[in-house]
Each structure stands twice: as C-alpha cells, then as structure tokens.
Write a protein that binds this ligand. Structure first.
Ligand code: FES
Length: 319
C-alpha cells in the first residue's frame, strides 16, 4: 500500500546560525495542513530513493505551516545537503503526514527539555504545547557557540522565553549545562526529553539514570546514528514467500532480501524511523536500532531490517 503524501511549497527559507536553514512549508492553495503533535516529524521525499526525516519545530497550534530546521552535514549520506541545495522559496516537495515517535507524556508534573545543536527542533514544538497547557517545564539548549546557533531570536521572543536556558561551549563556565542541578529532583512525574548528537544524548541519559530517573521517564529522539552491520553471516527466511537468503557480514537484511526480489520499504536506513519494521516468527534478533524501546527489544518479536542482525543462525520473518 503506498503512503499518502502531501504536496507542499516552501513559503520561506531563512539561513540561521552556521549551516542551518529554517523552512516554512505550506499548502500550495493556502489550506490548513493536518494537525501535528509536539515531537512529530515528517519524511521529506527529496528525490527517488532519497527520503529523510525532520522534526517539526513550529507551534503545533498553527496549522498554516510546518517549520523545519535542517543542519547541513557534509558527512551525512546526502539528505541534509540535498535539502539545502534543492529547496528554495517556491520549491514544491512531497512530504509524509506527520508521525510522532517522540510524544510528550500526558501525566508529567514537570518536563525537562534538553536539546543539543539541531536537536533543539522537536523541543521548540514541545515548549509551545507545554506553555499552551500551562504545564511546568524548562528548555535547555546547548550549542558550541552563540554565533553559530539557530533559533535564538525565535526563542528569545517566544511566550515561554523565561523558561529557556542557553548553554554555550565557548562561554563562561557558570552558564554551562549543569546536569547535576537540572536533574536534581527525580520524581515519577518528572519527564526528561533529549535530542542531539549521540555523544551528547549518551551523556544526558547516563546522568539522568545516575540521578535516579526511570528509563521510562527519559524520552529520546536520535537524528543520526552510525549503522554497524558487522557480525557473522546468518540466514533469513521470508515466511510468506518461503524464500531463504544468507545475509553476509557487512550486508543489511534489506539488501539481502532485495537481491531475491523481496523489497522492504525503507526510509532512514539508520534504525531511527521504524519504516522497515518486521515481525519475527523465529530466532533472536541482534537489535542495532534506536527506534524500539528496551522492552520491545527484549520481546524479540520485531526487528528493524535496515540495520539489525541476528544472534541465532536463522531468523524467520513474517514477510
Ligand atoms: S528504514 Fe528507518 S528504521 Fe529502518
């Protein structure tokens, strides 16, 4: 079944900070766009075979536009570079309906939002929603340097500006993010949200666990991960077709299946988006994604076949 796509137009493109472009996408006829929740992202279909996810960073109460912030990362596999080079004011592009893998918990007494670099984007939408609901929250924004940082003007003029705390690597020690203080009062109703580079997220998550927060209260959104496809070869059986393939070391299950004519829908190819999720009927997956929760991984009945492998000699998938 093909996915329903929205055709949108770039209404505004603004360069901000260093290497960040902020886009406002609108309906070509000026109609309202489907509503989205804070934490949601859209897939941008840049060209055939090149689909990338970007968090929506506008106010979820504003259905007139979707705002995205995209950091140009020359080390990426072409997605962010293509966004910067292909999308200008007036450009048309197809996007998915917003999907949310990073929702706010409904029952929080307090929310601590922590964004590193371009990982600030979902936090801005969350701050709008929490502010509108009258909820208690703080937004911490870490960046290397003030001059390189996007969204500073927008955050300074936002209705929640007094809840925003910026932290720059190259400024005085006193303004740097002090996680011991920020995470000092773990409570079952306090939820933490973190998005940013993997090392930054690892630091925040380990400090939160050390401080006594439960795993379930630490919400995370990865926007870039290294895919490790090393490991022994194994066999995958596609139960519905009866076909069996061998997945070589360094090869993904997706690629091995494609070689025998079984094409799995993929998007991020990094274990981030969940598009390639398959049910496991037999065997034990070696989960390498950041999409499934620890509980879902432990259940071993689902696998993301763009990046994960097998701990057993054979995996039988419901495909
Ligand atoms: S394609 Fe995104 S998780 Fe596999």
């Amino acid at each position: 079944m093909s996915e329903q796509l929205l055709n949108v137009v770039v209404r505004k493109r603004v360069e901000q900070g260093e290497g960040v472009v902020v886009f406002d996408l609108v309906d070509p006829l000026g109609k309202s766009l489907p509503v989205f929740e804070a934490g949601a992202h859209v897939d941008i279909h840049l060209k055939p075979g090149l689909v990338r996810q970007y968090s929506l960073c506008g106010n979820p109460a504003d259905a007139s536009a979707y705002r995205l912030g995209v950091l140009k990362d020359p080390a990426s596999r072409g997605g962010s570079v293509a966004v910067h080079e292909l999308l200008f004011e007036g450009s048309q592009v197809a996007i998915s309906i917003p999907r949310n893998h990073f929702p706010l918990a409904g029952d929080a007494s307090r929310s601590i939002l922590i964004g590193g670099g371009i990982g600030i984007t979902p936090m801005i939408a969350m701050a709008h929603t929490l502010q509108a609901a009258g909820s208690d929250f703080a937004l911490h924004y870490c960046s290397r340097s003030r001059s390189r940082t996007a969204f500073l003007d927008e955050l300074a003029s936002a209705s929640f500006s007094e809840r925003v705390f910026t932290h720059f690597d190259d400024e005085a020690a006193a303004q740097k993010l002090d996680l011991t203080t920020v995470l000092a009062t773990p409570h079952a109703d306090v939820h933490i949200y973190v998005c940013g580079p993997a090392g930054f997220m690892g630091w925040v998550i380990s400090e939160a666990l050390k401080a006594g927060y439960a795993e379930a209260n630490i919400h995370r959104e990865y926007f870039q991960v290294e895919v490790d496809t090393s490991g022994d070869s194994f066999e995958v059986v596609a139960a519905r077709t009866g076909k069996t393939v061998r997945v070589a070391e360094g090869q993904s299950i997706v690629d091995a299946l494609a070689a025998v004519g079984i094409n799995i829908e993929i998007s991020c190819e990094q274990g981030v988006c969940g598009t390639c999720l398959c049910n496991v009927l037999e065997g034990e997956p070696d989960h390498r994604d950041v999409y499934l929760t620890e509980d879902e991984k432990a259940a071993n009945d689902q696998i993301l076949v763009c990046c994960s492998r097998a701990k057993t000699a054979k995996l039988v998938l419901d495909i």
